[in-house]
Design a protein around this ligand. Structure first.
Ligand code: PXP
Length: 248
C-alpha cells in the first residue's frame, strides 16, 4: 500500500534567535527560508511570539518574499496575534500555548480546558482564509475537542517522546509513540489532517515519520543547530531523506 509523501516544514525561528543576540541583520531568517526551500522543504514555519524573542513583525513579509513556499504561522490565541494573522494571511496558522497556564501537563495547547476561549480564534482564522491547526498533546480527548472546535488540522506534540528517547527510557518512549499513533489514527478517523513536531532530530524522526496518518512534520531547533556544523541545506536534505526512508 502506498502512503502519501510526508511534508517537511522547516522552522527558522532560531536563525532570528542568533540574529537578535547581537542586533543587526545577520543571520537573516529570510535567507534561511530560501535555503530550506532549495534543499527540499515543503513549507516554512515561523512563530511570532508575543515577546518577539526571535521572529519579529518585519520578518513576516521578508520570509514570504524569500521563499515561494506555504507559510505556517505559529501564534498564541491573543487579539494582537489574530489581528496580525488576519492582515498577513498565512497559508496556515497553528495555535500554540505560550503561557504555562495554557498548556496541558506535557506541553500542548489544552483545548479541552480552553475550548471556549480558543474556539473563536479558530473560526476567525478560518474565515480569513488560513488553514488552522491546533498544537495538542497526543491525547484522544484533546483530538475530539479539536475536531469539535472546527479545526481542520491538529499538530501532535512529539516533545515527550523525544525526551524519553534521550533519557534512555525505552519503554516510556515506546508508550509515547503509541499515544502518537493512537491520536493520529483517531484524528484521521475524525477527518482531521495530522501534523506532528517538537524536538525531533535525525535519531528520533523515523518512528514518527513512519506513522502513516501524519502528513507533515515541523522541525526547527535541531536543524538550525546542525546547520552550524554542516550547513542548512545539508541538514534539511538529510532530514528529508530520513523521513522518506521511514515511509519507504
Ligand atoms: N511545532 C510547533 C507547534 C512548535 O511550536 C515548534 C517549536 O516552535 C515546532 C513544531 C518545532 O520544534 P523544534 O524547534 O523543537 O523542532
Amino acid at each position: 500500500m502506498t502512503h502519501p509523501r510526508i511534508r517537511l516544514g522547516v522552522n527558522i525561528d532560531h536563525v532570528a534567535t542568533i540574529r537578535n543576540a547581537r542586533g543587526g541583520r545577520h543571520p537573516d531568517p529570510a535567507r534561511a527560508a530560501a535555503l530550506a526551500m532549495s534543499a527540499g522543504a515543503d513549507g516554512i514555519t515561523i512563530h511570532l511570539r508575543e515577546d518577539r524573542r526571535h521572529i519579529r513583525d518585519e520578518d513576516l513579509e521578508a520570509v514570504r518574499a524569500a521563499a515561494s513556499l506555504p507559510i505556517n504561522l505559529e501564534m498564541a490565541a491573543t487579539e494582537e496575534m489574530l489581528d496580525i494573522a488576519m492582515r498577513y494571511r498565512p497559508h496556515a496558522a497553528c495555535l500554540v500555548p505560550e503561557k504555562r497556564e495554557e498548556r496541558t501537563t506535557e506541553g500542548g495547547l489544552d483545548v479541552a480546558r480552553l475550548h471556549n476561549s480558543v474556539a473563536p480564534f479558530v473560526q476567525k482564522l478560518k474565515l480569513s482564509g488560513s488553514r488552522v491547526s491546533l498544537f495538542i498533546e497526543p491525547d484522544i480527548i484533546q483530538v475530539a475537542v479539536a475536531e469539535a472546535m472546527g479545526a481542520p488540522v491538529i499538530e501532535l506534540h512529539t516533545g515527550k517522546y523525544v525526551e524519553h528517547v534521550f533519557a534512555g527510557q525505552t519503554d516510556e518512549a515506546e508508550e509515547e509513540l503509541e499515544r502518537l499513533r493512537i491520536a493520529a489514527q483517531e484524528g484521521a478517523r475524525r477527518g482531521l489532517e495530522i501534523h506532528a513536531g517538537h524536538g525531533l532530530t535525525y535519531e528520533t524522526v523515523k518512528p514518527v515519520a513512519a506513522i502513516t496518518e501524519i502528513r507533515e512534520l515541523n522541525i526547527g531547533h535541531f536543524l538550525m543547530g546542525e546547520a552550524i556544523f554542516v550547513g542548512l541545506e545539508e541538514a534539511v536534505r538529510k532530514m528529508r531523506h530520513l523521513m522518506d526512508e521511514a515511509r519507504a
